[in-house]
Design a protein around this ligand. Structure first.
Ligand SMILES: NC(=O)c1ccc[n+]([C@@H]2O[C@H](COP(=O)([O-])OP(=O)(O)OC[C@H]3O[C@@H](n4cnc5c(N)ncnc54)[C@H](O)[C@@H]3O)[C@@H](O)[C@H]2O)c1
Length: 356
């Protein structure tokens, strides 16, 4: 088969990466995927179960900070596209241990940019139009009050070590466009949810705790607002930006679903009560909600104006919050073994089984 794209997907064993790889291998059989992942605690090779045999797929266990290995891989696989997900992604962990965030999110992105520059901007480059897509977050814009929305022109104002490291990598990516003419695009998206999300993040955590009768912790007064984006919508947006985005441009991607955290948790509890009945206590699951000490520097509200990507590329989210939550709850109910293996750490054995 004539291969149309050779994509280096970094962090493809994490939550969004695996959803992206599964979507591409299904919809674009003539795109080749090289999934490069360091397999940190967040990388789960089991997520790719069933596609290891696909001829258009290869897994490489490596660190994006390893410059030599990145250069070799670009050359060996004739990489013409990068979809860069690999990152330390959990805000709470960035507060207790910021060093990894600086290393992977900033130095790692720099290392990949250098590898792409060396491969694509040399006279010897023979491939088709290359593209470097950096997946970033709306957290780079800081916090909003009760009104207003983040636009692509909103100045950066990151508040946590996580968002500061992502803002820094966004600036580097942008600088490689302006300085060297590297063909880059950036996407800044809101909070994702859906299948394969590590159960330290709000939605899978609430699912897991609800199923095991544990308390459901909510920071502060529960009135923090986030926009929620179903991961399949996000992955479809990334494909559109990869195919049709304009070099040097940033695109905000949102779900048009602004919700308070309390509402999110209540919706999951109600959906579970409806689907599998009340727990043995006979009490609705939402009665287990508890309010815990707030996260330091907690941003009050994020909201994304995603009109630019709609105007320019014709993309808009398809999933309402209720539909997305219903799908997500159904996926977690059908994949409780997956949740259990992540919670007890046995998901790590899969690597040994596959690669020794
Ligand atoms: N999850 C969200 O809601 C959200 C929202 C906005 C933006 N993002 C961004 O999207 C991207 C993916 O997020 P996610 O939720 O899938 O993250 P995740 O934490 O689930 O997965 C990250 C993956 O990157 C890998 N990785 C980490 N360090 C690495 C390194 N040095 N070299 C190679 N691989 C490494 C991990 O092993 C893991 O597989 C991140 O860049 C994140 O900042 C996520």
């Amino acid at each position: 088969m004539d291969i149309k794209r050779r994509i280096l997907v970094t962090g493809g064993c994490g939550f969004i990466g695996v959803n992206f790889i599964r979507l591409v291998l299904q919809d674009y059989p003539d795109w080749r995927i090289i999934n490069l992942d360091k397999l940190t605690y967040a990388g789960n090779l089991q997520n790719l179960k069933g596609i290891e045999e696909n001829k258009q797929y290869r897994f490489v266990h490596a660190d994006i900070c390893d410059a030599e290995q990145m250069e070799q891989l670009f050359a060996a696989e004739q990489i013409d596209s990068v979809v860069h997900f690999a990152a330390e992604s959990h805000v709470d962990r960035s507060i207790t241990g910021p060093a990894e965030f600086i290393q992977t999110n900033i130095i790692g992105t720099f290392t990949l940019l250098e590898a792409a520059r060396k491969a694509w901007l040399e006279d010897s480059w023979q491939g088709s139009d290359p593209r470097f897509l950096h997946v970033s977050t709306d957290e780079v814009y800081g916090s909003l009050g009760a009104t207003g929305m983040f636009r692509e022109t909103t100045p950066f104002d990151p508040r946590s070590p996580y968002s500061a490291s992502k803002a820094s990598s966004d600036h580097l990516v942008s600088a490689y466009f302006h300085t060297y003419g590297l063909p880059v695009v950036i996407t800044n998206c809101s909070n994702n949810y859906g299948p394969y999300q590590f159960p330290e993040k709000l939605i899978p955590l609430v699912f897991h705790n609800s199923m095991t009768g544990k308390p459901l912790p909510i920071y502060g007064d529960g009135k923090y607002v986030r926009d929620w984006l179903y991961v399949k919508d996000h992955c479809e947006a990334i494909v559109e930006v990869l195919k049709k985005g304009k070099d040097g441009e940033s695109y905000n991607i949102g779900g048009n679903n602004e919700k308070q955290n309390l509402e999110v948790v209540t919706t999951i509890c109600d959906t579970l009560d409806e689907k599998i009945g009340l727990p043995a206590s006979g009490e609705p699951r939402k009665n287990n909600i508890i309010f815990v000490k707030d996260r330091p520097g907690h941003d009050r509200r994020y909201a994304i104006d995603a009109s630019f990507i709609k105007e320019q590329l014709g993309w808009e989210p398809k999933f309402s919050f209720d539909k997305g939550i219903e799908n997500t709850v159904e996926w977690y109910l059908a994949n409780q073994e997956w949740v259990a293996s992540v919670v007890d750490g046995s998901y790590r054995d899969y690597y040994k089984k596959m690669y020794g």
